[in-house]
Design a protein around this ligand. Structure first.
Ligand SMILES: [Zn+2]
Length: 428
């Protein structure tokens, strides 16, 4: 018997094979590369991979049919900035003293499920040690959630946005001692290299630095630069040794400029960007991940007495309200934009709000969808994610109606597939 024929007979004899082959009959499909709808398609999924796309409704022998004929199918959404291990609240500042990591980890299981159910099949987690482990648990099928690309501990300088000992009283500070590269705090070029190598040892997928102050850290300045350009360069160069990209949290212009000149991959938040920064980013191909959702969230909460510590409140009010207009200017200037929300600041599962804020600021719906699919994948895995094409991972979401004319539909995801497995079925 010829081997090929033998294989066919085996396939026919095993009913389990049928479930490995699915025919998704989509009423319409969003092509993320062209940012256009391309009409009805039958998408054949074999195990975790897209095998083919054929126009119209095509019958395929042995394939389980998934009727999405009333739906628009899109690549699974990608959020380039989340923190799966946390959820900010007025209690956040004291919980760190009372709870163990395992408490936060149990919460994270719920956040991961909400994120996936909202149609976000991949996320980049930019800071937090829990996500390294959550990623593994999801990949092993222990819990349900998006595919996670995790930074692990963010890298900061002393007193910087990601110094884990910010806000400790002097007695505790003295007991804990000054954090170093192992804890993600650097103060020299050598430290910078060590911190990146430690992240490799920890199992990180990407490097995150906090190039300027931040809103929610217990520190006065939200925008002061916090690295020298030489330190950034040392981080970026070492990161390249391990195939890492580098994401830089930044609000103030000077810190942002140093990060871009140092060679980072993406600017996160980017609050005080201006024409000079836009020009620099375009020259260097630097991405912008806006996180308007987080800006809106903190600006709103800053109005409530006692929600944030007094040192945080003015930063939240001033910086938070600025991000949406910065995004509008960056888009007009032609900066490359990838979708990100900073969920963990705002509520996990509400990620699609960012689409509404983006379109509200002047970005067309199809381009907003492209930022969360094709564009985001350019940073993470351009040949695997973000497109409904043969050979790509079978990550697909569907909505009832046309998301190009009603972007609000992205908040009503009706069907979710990740890696060829259906996590949300159409309601009957
Ligand atoms: Zn963040």
């Amino acid at each position: 018997m010829r081997p090929a024929l033998f294989a066919v007979l085996i396939a026919a004899a095993l009913p389990a094979q049928a479930a490995d082959l699915k025919a998704l009959q989509c009423g319409n499909v969003f092509d993320s590369k062209s940012a256009k709808l391309i009409g009805p398609q039958t998408i054949i999924v074999e195990k975790n991979t897209i095998k083919s796309l054929s126009p119209g409704t095509v019958a395929v022998d042995g394939a389980q049919v998934v009727d999405l004929s009333q739906m628009t199918c899109m690549p699974g959404f990608i959020d380039m900035h989340v923190h799966m291990g946390q959820q900010s609240s007025p209690q956040s500042y004291s919980e760190g003293f009372r709870l163990d990591d395992i408490d936060f980890a149990f919460r994270a299981v719920g956040y991961a499920d909400k994120t996936l159910q909202a149609g976000f099949t991949s996320v980049r987690d930019l800071g937090g040690e829990i996500s390294l482990h959550l990623r593994d648990a999801i990949n092993q099928g222990t819990v349900k959630g998006p595919r996670i690309y995790a930074a692990g501990k963010s890298i900061a300088t002393t007193g910087g946005h990601a110094d884990p000992t910010n806000g400790l009283n002097s007695e505790l500070s003295h007991l804990v001692g000054p954090p170093g590269p192992t804890e993600g705090v650097i103060n020299s070029i050598d430290d910078a290299r060590q911190a990146v190598r430690q992240r490799y040892k920890d199992g990180s997928d990407v490097i995150k630095i906090t190039a300027t102050g931040g809103v929610l850290s217990y520190a006065k300045s939200g925008d002061a630069p916090q690295f020298t350009v030489e330190e950034v360069r040392a981080i970026v160069d070492t990161a390249k040794d391990y195939g890492y990209t580098v994401a830089a949290h930044a609000h103030g212009k000077e810190g942002m400029k140093r990060a871009i000149l140092g060679g980072i991959t993406s600017v996160e938040h980017g609050t005080y960007m201006d024409d000079e920064i836009f020009k620099l980013m375009k020259e260097r191909g630097t991405w912008y991940v806006p996180t308007i959702t987080a800006g809106k969230f903190v600006a709103e909460k800053a109005k409530i007495d006692g929600y944030y510590p007094e040192i945080v409140r003015p930063k939240a009010a001033r910086i938070g309200s600025q991000i949406q207009s910065t995004f509008a200017n960056a888009y007009k200037a032609g900066v490359k934009i990838a979708f990100g929300t900073d969920m963990g600041v705002g509520p996990h599962g509400d990620n699609a709000s960012e689409f509404l804020y983006m379109t509200e600021a002047g970005m067309p719906s199809n381009i907003a969808l492209q930022t969360a699919t094709y564009n985001a994948a350019q940073i993470l895995a351009p040949n695997e994610l973000g497109q409904l094409q043969a050979g790509f991972k079978a990550d697909l979401v569907a909505v009832a109606g046309n998301p190009l004319t009603d972007i609000g539909l992205t908040r009503k995801i009706a069907f979710v597939m990740k890696d060829g497995v259906v996590y949300k079925e159409l309601a009957q």
